[in-house]
Design a protein around this ligand. Sequence first.
Ligand code: MN
Length: 204
Amino acid sequence: MSGKNFYQLPELPYGYKDLEPNISEELLTLHHDKHHAGYVNGANAILETLDNARKNNQELDMKSELKALSFNVGGHVLHSLFWENMSPDGGGEPEGKLAEMIDAEFGSLERFRKEFWDACKVEGSGWAVLAYCSKTGRLMIGQVEKHSVNVYPGFRIIMTLDLWEHAFYLDYKNEKGKFIEAFWNVVNWKEVGRRLEEIQGQSP
Ligand code: MN
């Protein structure tokens, strides 16, 4: 494995036990230390492969390398957002600008949750995300297959929910719906709202 750390596994912003009973210590530990770490290591290894091939002027199967790079970088970025948009003090309802924008876009928080729930039926392994389009100023729900398929290019993602089986199976078996409900108990609306306002602050 690569010795170079272009990307680094971030520490969780809380302890491994702190999302219980919604997410168990065992599940969170595996998910962060094994799965997320795997994407970080995978991305770093591909970058090193690219560097070495360029240095030695070697041919590479670029189609395959770049597909794998997108997969691993996507995994790293989405997981990093995911850890931070959960909190032991999460749950409840969004406030301020985020709450206003959810109401303006979806009509109500209830309608947003319903549409987000439907987005959780992502095809195969993937994510449901909430993104912001700075061109229209609108919030957009997205279904990201794997880690990078179906992304809206250039839209900033402000909330992610991991729906790969590795994200819930140990605690919830085949009952993905219970995991989605548990997510609402730990969702860190403050962080989601902070991201939104940060992006809007950068918008022209
Ligand atoms: Mn995951």
